[in-house]
Design a protein around this ligand. Sequence first.
Ligand code: SF4
Ligand code: MG
Length: 331
Amino acid sequence: MSAPLLEVEGLSTTIGAARVVDGVRLELARGETFALLGESGCGKSMTALSLMRLLPPAGRIEAGAVRLDGVDLLRLSEAEMRRVRGARLAMIFQEPQTSLNPVMRIGAQIAEAVRLHAGAAAAAVDARVLELLRAVGIPDPERRAREYPHQLSGGMKQRVMIAMALAGDPELLIADEPTTALDVTIQAQVLGLLKTLQQRSGLAVLLITHDLGVVAETAERLAVMYAGEIVETATTAAFFAAPAHPYSRMLLESLPTADKRGARLAAIPGRVPPLDRAFTGCRFVERCPRALARCAEQLPPWHEAGAGHWVRCHLWDADLVDTATVAEPAV
Ligand code: SF4
Ligand code: MG
């Protein structure tokens, strides 16, 4: 990969006593779609909010670097960060209805976003609003611009959110469960739209999701997050062909083979451990059917399972690797 657009290193975030993001490392290339995959509560949304520096009041970034084009966003002043948000990286959320102002016309809301980033003259703003509505595939944009959010379907509202996020022409779009609230057909349309926008403008997308079907269809690479940590990272193709972490395998095996779309990751027994305690070993040990004696006491090391395919699990320790057991699909 040439110089990455985004480099996240050793990112750790706490919410009160809970370390919700712990030592996260990620790299995104320009124009790439990278999925951050995990159950709810695993820290993926907090990772996204840390990148935006938009944590809830009790949230604190304790350590790490978030370099966008080589500039560490964690070292910028709040005023500098405000100029980066929207203009260089933007974020869309799961529930467009909570992010849109119900008593303001769609066009006026997008115009506000355009003015914030471009400071353009009034006539240019109106033209840009219509251009953005067209770019996100909203038919009859002149009429839609005059409507209120409640007059739009869920899919149309999500398109409006994407239009607002694109107002500042960002290089990176963080999409947190952008299609979860939508039905399957509309989901596919919104994901298709993101792909088109990427091909047109070289936009990179960090897709936060618990939906393996969405990952399979849209992402080039992915990382699996568990209890605040990344436990596996791979190309999407390598991951679906041979998931290396026991957690990843369980996620894939818990799904029906024909149609993984919409399947929820919570299908495996047990739950993510509380994050307000210290961990001495593997965080997955209580749910892992293959746990070894050492797993509760020793942090699992990273192991390269293939080209660009990394896994954090004791089963891959050099002295233990037995390809026959590790490659066998049943966990
Ligand atoms: Fe399971 Fe041990 Fe690997 Fe953790 S380190 S996933 S407990 S085998
Ligand atoms: Mg979330």
